[in-house]
Design a protein around this ligand. Structure first.
Ligand code: GAP
Length: 435
């Protein structure tokens, strides 16, 4: 079954409930840049943490890294980005709008029908300058991928951590691309976060590791809640491959606008290390002390977008349900991704003792996971509010609590309610969250 929610529904929920806002909105907005609100920042952080846990902590063969965004400009010459990281661009001679040539089907402007210029190559890297003089000698680039920070540190990491092949280096962080026609909410933006890992292997074992990482990465999305029917793998045709790749498979998600890439897994061969060795004149080869061979390692790269993954998790979690004649909207996030784990309410706001107890429980829970306290509506409305942001558990303090010292815990998905001793509720929720 296809994802049924429309992008407009998600965009509106994201704004209303504090997940994602248009950037610089009070100035009319900045095209295709978005700001993550209080719930969005939690959700995206949870997505990145889930990735880091699976790719770094749960494996014994991957290390982490956080390299600088600004790098030596020669890096981008060596990587091939200065020469070939570009899109073909056409301009409308009448309305001056700009399009990617490969998005144009008729040879006319899709907006006003005007004639178009010849296609020309447009480099996607943002440029800036270091220091007060703006000339070629001071030009640096905002990184268009996080991967290069890993390649240039491969030997530092291997030496410091006493690593032998095969091993990987993982990194999350911002990347920037001057996309010509960014669109579709956070799917394609000018700045975005990547979750990349370069896995260094002995040449000849690369095909096997490529298959391994394609499977690992597809499984990760399912593990954290994506319906497998909404995912597919798509191998790249030879003419689509990036300049560095021997093979590539995309993990695609069925977005409302069609099947589109969430992540690419590429066999980058020895291209990057070979080019950095050549451009830096440093020996970046690896000596295998078992086989006594020296070679440049091959690299398998799973490269995911944190913003695209967050968008897919939002779309896939969205449900509209009618239960006992009452309708609700719920974001059925995986427990590790839900931005808020628990909400605590007093049944009656005017009962001081209920309010104090609820606030005390919320403060205690907050020390362990993200918890909200709310007393600004009736209980039905409070439940609906929390369902709509995907909160896993609602804890209600009612008049009975004052007698029996128990609270009601409601489960988001089953909506079942259970009485739990107030002094056990923290442990009860911690147990549920760790299952
Ligand atoms: N290091 C390889 C690399 O950067 P890519 O396919 O160009 O490969 C990897 O990018 C991932 O980064 C994509 O699958 C996508 O999730 C994300 N991504 C790329 N460009 C993006 C953009 N303009 N906006 C949001 N995410 C983007």
């Amino acid at each position: 079954m296809a994802t049924t929610v429309s992008m407009d529904t998600i965009i509106s929920l994201c704004k209303r409930r504090g997940f994602i806002f248009q950037s610089s909105e009070i100035y009319g907005g900045m095209g295709n840049t978005w700001d993550y609100g209080p719930l969005g920042v939690e959700l995206k952080r949870n997505v990145k943490n889930a990735w880091w846990r699976a790719v770094v902590y749960e494996r014994e063969d991957v290390e982490g890294l956080d390299a600088a965004i600004l790098m030596h400009p020669r890096v981008w010459e060596a990587s091939g980005h200065v020469e070939s990281f570009s899109d073909p661009l056409v301009d409308c001679k009448v309305c001056r709008r700009r399009f990617r040539a490969d998005d144009i089907t008729e040879q006319r402007c899709p907006v006003c029908g005007g004639a178009l210029t010849e296609a020309r190559q447009f480099n996607l890297m943002f440029r800036t300058f270091v220091g007060p003089v703006e000339d070629a000698g001071s030009t640096v680039y905002l990184r268009p991928e996080t991967a290069q920070g890993i390649f240039v540190n491969m030997h530092n990491v291997a030496t410091a951590m006493r690593r032998k092949l095969p091993f990987g280096i993982a990194q999350t962080g911002k990347a920037f691309r001057n996309e010509i026609t960014p669109k579709n909410f956070t799917f394609r933006t000018l700045e975005f976060e990547q979750m990349e890992m370069e896995f260094f292997v002995k040449p000849g074992t690369d095909d096997e590791w490529f298959e391994h990482w394609v499977n690992e990465r597809r499984t990760w999305y399912i593990r954290f809640g994506i319906n497998p029917d909404h995912l597919r793998l798509r191998p790249h045709a030879a003419d689509e491959l990036a300049h560095y790749a021997k093979a590539c498979q995309d993990v695609e998600y069925q977005f409302p606008m069609g099947w589109l890439e969430l992540e690419g897994i590429a066999n980058r061969t020895d291209f990057d290390l070979g080019r950095h060795a050549q451009f830096s004149s440093k020996d970046l080869s690896y000596y295998d002390d078992v086989t006594k061979e020296r070679f440049i390692p091959y690299v398998i790269e799973p490269s995911a977008g944190a913003d695209r993954a967050t968008l897919a998790f939002l779309l896939d979690a969205y449900r509209e349900e009618t239960v006992n004649d009452r309708s609700r909207t719920v974001l059925a996030f995986h427990k590790d991704l839900a931005p808020v784990k628990a909400a605590v309410f007093p049944l009656l706001k005017r009962e001081t003792q209920l309010v104090e107890t609820a606030k005390r429980i919320a403060a205690d829970l907050r020390r362990h996971f993200n918890t909200q306290y709310d007393d600004t509506a009736n209980i039905g409305r409070l439940y609906r509010r929390q369902d709509e942001i995907g909160t896993l558990f609602c804890v209600t303090v009612d008049m009975d609590t004052l007698q029996d010292q128990q609270v009601t815990v409601r489960d988001r998905d089953s909506m079942t309610q259970e009485r739990v001793p107030a002094d056990r509720v923290k442990q009860y929720l911690l147990d549920k969250l760790s299952q």
